[in-house]
Design a protein around this ligand. Sequence first.
Ligand code: F6P
Length: 548
Amino acid sequence: MTPSPSPSLSPGALAASAAAWPLTLPVDPRPPQARPADGTPPHDEPGPAWTAERLRAFVRGAFPGERLMVLANREPVLHERTAGGAIQVRQPTSGVVTALEPLTLACGGVWVAHGSGSADREVVDARDGIALVRDGGSYRLRRLWLSAEEERGYYARFANDGLWPLCHQAHVKPIFRRPDFETYQRVNRRFADAVCDEAESLSPVILVQDYHFAFVPQAIRQRLPRATTVLFWHIPWPNRHRFAICPWRNALLEGLLGSSVIGFQTATDAQNFLEAVQHCLEAHVDRETNTVTYNGRRVTVGTYPISIEWPAHLTAQAPPIADCRRQVRQRLGLRDDTLLAVGVDRLDYTKGLEEKLLGVEQLLARRPSLRGRFVLAQVAPVSRGELQSYRDTATRVREAAQHVNARFGDGTWRPVELIEEAWSPAEVFTLMRAADACCVTSLHDGMNLVAKEFVAARDDAQGVLVLSTFAGAARELPDALVVNPYDAHAVADALERAIAMPAAEQRTRMVRMREVVGHHNAYRWAGRMLKDARLQRLEEARAAWRDG
Ligand code: F6P
């Protein structure tokens, strides 16, 4: 994955302000109960909205004396040596980083991650850490070094060639090799040790992220039995028949059940997990309380849709919408009156990029009047390029873009701008503010935070979101134009409707989506999991006291 420049995150210049949110949202006239709610209703929780301050106060009160620890494979910043010899700070393209950095900044604590930048080792202290400061918050980043062989077996192969296709319905066969599994287990133990070494108490609170770390909860429990470990699985969880493909399915489940709380994006994912446990292990699964009792320990399994920082800190620095439109049209060499749809996805077969391009082809075939005027600007940085399945996807997407451009483009206009370099978060924010529509066509996606970022970027309450029904975000955002990406005509319909939508309707939809994302923000995501973790911790303490 190519990281993107992120000047706002350089340690010296980490000074962006979390200024007050400038927009007062108009009140939605519909009563909350009457809203379309295909899943979680917009306001399912009484009380004030979750903010950085509320989360910080909650963590201090609920876990006195504990510092929050985060484990994620991807680090929030990479240090890289440039050709000129300088060290540059970059932020990776990662939904996990987008969601977690604001929380870690709010609560302080430590983030443990794989140190993957070329100059990472040159800037750390004697304990392989570095202090990061931004927006008045700070935390410690602890880096763990992996050999090329460890990175290949654990990250590229077992996690991304095995678990990733296992969990996503995108028609790519999972590849499982025993040596990779063994490397994955070994590397998981190394990460668990790094977390335990960073712990300042015998009962730390640890947020473990994603499918890279199925064995970490168990390994932490072996070293620190009183730790409270929350594992959040960011990607979908397959149904039990598909899960059965994994040769080490029981071991994976046992590793995960070392957690206190296991979180999923959607209720379906959580139910699929419970079914897998029921069929694979001799465990008691209680569907009423969504708990699993295994080896005498109870684990809570919950649904916690992930989200983004709200208000987004980039809003305070973002140029006005008119300037964003001008800047982006100039940068991409587009006419001023271009109808601009944007996409921002890693070049991954789950993202439905070929399907998006088929939709554009269909649109231009049926509406000649849009030729010369409509452009899809698709940012698609190369991702996991060490894997054949990703290289094949990249080739097909490039060919599809060339095909649409060859069929409709002329000497001065190309309908598809395929941008393979990673844009920084600030550049993406500007792009989104410049767009008439944002198009997400994932074939399967745990959540898709790009959809929520588009909503956050549009404080003018304009712009239309076209969103795949197979992205977790579609459950919370029925005011998007929700499409089946396998139906090119439906994608074309949605794009056509988006670029023709009257401003008043755009505003109504966008205001509702902003209300949902503003309320269902990343602080609430973490707060709800930590509330459940606290109950679990009290329960475990009571059980320990009972058992003497
Ligand atoms: O969505 C799954 C995920 O692993 C995220 O956790 C992460 O943000 C994204 O994919 C990027 O993946 P990678 O870290 O492999 O580049």
